[in-house]
Ligand binder design. Sequence first.
Ligand code: SAM
Length: 283
Amino acid sequence: MSSECGKLYVVATPIGNLADMSFRAVETLKQVDLIAAEDTRHVKMLLQHYGISNKLISLHQHNEDKASVGLLEKLREGLSIALVSDAGTPLLSDPGMPLVKLVREAGVDVVPIPGACALIAALSAAGLPVTQFSFAGFSPRTSSARVAFFSERLLCPTTWVFYESSHRILASLQDMAKVLPLDRQIVIARELTKLHETIVKSSLADMLQLVEQDANMRRGEFVVLVDGAAIDKQQQDITPEQQKILSILLTECSIKTAVALAVEITGVRKKLLYQAALAMEKA
Ligand code: SAM
């Protein structure tokens, strides 16, 4: 693309503590021609704090497809644009994906200006394995969808992480306890970088009790991290999680098919699963 085009800067902003803004982020927001913001009133407070006055344009989940086309035009005219969300890194459970995709596909440069992100901050302090992890965004809003969401992740062998709101944190843990073993390790990272920052690691059972009993544990913003399932292919017995999978499969298929599928899903030896399936059928 011609050098006359502007650049799109994807700028991370703080997730609570205003001091978490990088020098480069401040410089970028000062120098660009235009800032595309999820909520222009919200970003004005940040800009004021850093003595930045710049033109703002709104880009949120309800207008981003249309607004992105207009912003690409401006980049083609040679304007440089910064994209910011209300908090943290744009695109991470925030608007911006359609814009970045469109701009990249048009061959215009997209430049990340890294900084705060609740997901990464939580992972860095949780003490759960991080070599591999998966991020699931926000958990679903309804109980039945959440049960399905947790069931899909029951046997995930790596750490998995989701965002949760104060309205649903308790219900979410209650649904998790319907599906996951109660001794599974959980970390709640709450109000990161803020005055009441709390990072707690415990079993699911203890976490549920804590959140039920302590109203403060239901306030603020949350990242929930879940330890991966231990999968031992040499095991002599099948775990409660694996039994649950087998029993679900048995309600839908014949013993032969249920066992074959359970072998695929769990990696447990066929003989063990077959014996367990026979016992379940008998019971
Ligand atoms: N783009 C942001 C990021 O980089 O983390 C996340 C935006 S998403 C709309 C907002 C959610 O992120 C909150 O509901 C909460 O789950 C999580 N979050 C944001 N700030 C947080 C904080 N300070 N402490 C804990 N969780 C936070």
